[in-house]
Write a protein that binds this ligand. Structure first.
Ligand code: ADP
Ligand code: MG
Length: 705
């Protein structure tokens, strides 16, 4: 990252900093992405040690999220066959002792602690024996200088084993910054417009950077961090809003003036229920978009079962009524097929022709579909990724609906948009509720609609948590439900890192279920991602058709499958799933008229986080509330569907706690663009320059998509 387009002091390669040199520079580049002086300055501390607050070992309790203790370290021991698997040590102060334990970096760590020296130890305590233990604590020697040096707040920098082995632990990095900052300070130029800084009383950039590394006091630190967080979020929002603006300017959209026979016919003849208020509101928003003359880019969020499909169908009918075709894209073949079946059932009698195109569509059929599509004889095409192949050409594509968007990248979306002369309207639907802060950051360039109301008469799913040892009771319950004619899902975790073990668990689970529910009285299906697609579809279909009572599966069934008769969801090793995923899985039941159940199975010993997740699931059915808790527990980087998104590589802002700052940032970005959409005003030159630095390749993104 550089600060200016021309080379400046801050662009100086890091190896020229006193105390660095080629070897350390190599490591800093590889391990910490620090290439220049400027990069080092924005290598922020992730925590500060408050030198004024320490715990006594005696005071430690199990529910403390972290403790900071001053004490001596002794009794260092290496364990394991080659004395490399684990290292333990004893930490003691005047009031007692506790254990410290490490599983990694032992070779380096084992020689680090000197007898008799006092250390500051920071970490999360967990019960151990009749005392406590801290795994992988941060350890700092108490150096007399550090402790009495003006500030109480000492920065802690992220480091890695390799960096540490060259002396670049937190303290080592701090030293480099002490060398750099005094000289670099005068080279740091302001990167926010004067007006914004004034109106929000933000610290100037150079001051903020000094205080984020060497805070004078707690208040200064807070202001420094707020300023840097604001700037980070401001530029993200500015970029997103500007993309949206550019797109709105350039991307004229088709206008659908008419509401005609298709829409009305469906509404009056085919719709067997009345729409919820939320569904009506969203349809109005979509109608507004299709009258605006601009291309719609709308994200529709709605919890599982909230009735997004009917909104999708009616949106497509708006296109049909105006002589356009429409398309619906799903992430898997099964889902595409289900959509196809249900949409056809809804629309067949209205003389609307619906086609299905997936990877397994036979060549002859594919040929017919493609021909009819180009001739305009096929009105709606439903399918998977196969829809974005170049050979798929519509006569007049007016509306694209993408279901479960997080499975598709933006690039794929862009390809679909290119399929017609002008840009079709795009409706992206997701059942993974996204907390507001995330939505604003990930989808800030889209308009957002929310279905926040379930259709009436839904019985809330009853969720219980059961320990593995009560399995027999659960089997009994399952038998009873099957006797009532219901079907059951049993889901096993499948985590990439332990895939083999997990598959074995699944197979063992399946075997024991078949023993417990033997044929011919019972039939059990099994589905997992490692099966051939054809076998998978076959097994899935048997369950959908009611031929099997129990479906043993991995999370492949997570998305969208609709089997109203399935009313029990058993989730094995539920403690290993994330909250959003648990909620998503639970959403597979509760789709019919019967009371549905979700049973979360777990082992006895649970971490505090796992316990919290399970209890949130038991007490709440609200996807948005669950998503917020998930974000707090895990942080945004781990939320489903966001992993690949570079947008979330935030340096200092934190979407779980910075919602207020995010709002200011978005507001300010919006105001700025309103005043000066092209950023040509002299007072905004700094913004324009910074935006170009941050997003050099994004300037014409709007046009590509
Ligand atoms: P999702 O949002 O998860 O895709 P669906 O569109 O599959 O939800 O809808 C779930 C079920 O609710 C379907 O069986 C659908 O027919 C039904 N449904 C949708 N809207 C309503 C409504 N307004 N009143 C009653 N039932 C509805
Ligand atoms: Mg759906």
């Amino acid at each position: 990252m550089s600060y200016h387009t021309g080379k400046t002091y801050l662009d100086t390669p890091i190896e020229y900093l006193k105390g660095v040199g080629p070897k350390r520079a190599e490591l800093l580049r590889a391990e910490a992405d620090i290439h220049t002086f400027g990069d080092l300055i924005t290598y922020y501390p992730f925590r500060y040690i408050d030198r004024s607050r320490f715990h006594k070992i005696q005071e430690v309790t199990a529910d403390m999220p972290y403790v900071q203790i001053r004490g001596k370290i002794s009794h260092i021991q290496l364990h394991g066959r080659h004395r490399t698997t684990r290292m333990t040590a004893r930490l003691s102060d005047k009031t007692g002792r506790m254990e410290l334990v490490w599983f990694r970096g032992i070779q380096w760590l084992k020689d680090q602690f000197k007898p008799g020296v006092e250390y500051i130890v920071f970490g999360k305590p967990s019960p151990f024996g009749d005392g406590f233990s801290i795994a992988h604590p941060e350890v700092e020697p108490v150096t007399p200088g550090a402790i009495n040096q003006g500030s109480q707040m000492q920065p802690v920098y992220p480091s890695t084993e390799k960096l540490k082995s060259r002396g670049l632990d937190s303290r080592g990095i701090g030293k480099l910054l002490k060398t750099l900052i005094p000289t670099a300070k005068k080279h740091i130029s302001e990167s926010l417009p004067e007006r914004v800084i004034k109106s929000l009383s933000l610290l100037p950039k150079s001051e903020a950077l000094v205080h984020v590394h060497f805070p004078e006091d707690v208040l200064k630190l807070k202001k420094a961090r707020a300023r840097l967080k604001f700037e980070e979020l401001f530029y993200i929002q500015l970029n997103l809003l500007r993309q949206k603006l550019l797109r709105n300017e350039r991307a004229t959209g088709y206008v659908f003036p008419d509401i005609g026979d298709h829409f009305n016919g469906f509404y009056h003849q085919r719709l067997t229920f009345s729409l919820t208020g939320a569904q009506k509101r969203v349809l109005k928003e979509i109608r507004g978009d299709t009258l605006s003359g601009r291309q719609m880019n709308r994200l529709l969020q709605g919890d599982v079962g909230s009735g997004k499909t009917v909104v999708a169908v009616m949106s497509m009918l708006m296109a049909l009524d105006n002589g356009f075709q429409a398309s619906l894209m799903a992430p898997t073949e099964i889902l595409a097929f289900q959509h196809y079946e249900s949409v056809r059932a809804m629309l067949d009698s209205l003389g609307i022709r619906v086609g299905l195109l997936t990877g397994s569509t036979k060549a002859a059929e594919r040929k017919t579909i493609l021909r009819e599509l180009e001739a305009g004889e096929l009105h709606i095409l439903i399918g998977t990724h196969a829809l974005i192949e170049d050979v798929v050409r519509f006569k007049k594509l007016g509306m694209v609906v993408i279901d479960e968007q997080h499975r598709f990248g933006v690039a794929q979306r862009a390809r679909l948009w290119k399929k017609s002369a002008a840009l079709p309207h795009v409706l992206v639907m997701t059942a993974t509720p996204i907390p507001r802060t995330l939505a604003m950051t990930l989808y800030g360039d889209l308009d957002v609609s929310v279905i926040d109301e379930l259709p009436p008469g839904r019985k809330p799913i009853k969720t219980v948590h059961q320990y593995d040892r009560n399995r027999l009771k659960v089997f009994g319950f399952m038998r009873e439900q099957i006797r009532k004619g219901r079907q059951i899902y049993i889901v096993y975790p499948l985590i990439k890192e332990s895939e083999k073990l997990d598959l074995k668990d699944l197979q063992d689970g399946y075997d024991s279920i078949v023993r417990e529910f033997p044929p011919p009285e019972y039939a059990v299906s099994i589905v997992h991602g490692k099966m051939k697609p054809a076998d998978k579809d076959y097994e899935m279909q048997r369950f959908v058709d009611g031929q099997t009572h129990i479906m043993v599966a991995t999370t492949v069934i997570e998305v969208g499958i609709d089997v109203p008769n399935a009313s029990v969801m058993v989730i094995e090793s539920a403690e290993r799933f994330g909250l959003s995923q648990l909620h998503q899985l639970r959403g597979r039941v509760g789709r019919g008229a019967d009371q549905s159940y979700c049973i979360l199975m777990s082992k006895d010993e649970l971490s505090a986080d796992a316990r919290k997740r399970l209890s949130v699931m038991v007490s709440s059915n609200d996807g948005f509330a669950i998503a917020e808790t998930d974000l707090q527990l895990r942080g945004p980087g781990d939320l489903q569907g966001t992993q690949q998104s570079g947008i979330l590589d935030l340096k200092i802002a934190d979407l779980t706690e910075d919602e207020p700052i995010l709002k200011y940032a978005r507001d300010q970005a919006r105001q700025l663009l309103k005043m000066d959409p092209e950023l040509t005003d002299r007072a905004h030159a700094v913004v324009r320059r910074r935006l170009q630095e941050l997003y050099p390749d994004k300037l014409f993104w709007g046009r590509i998509s």
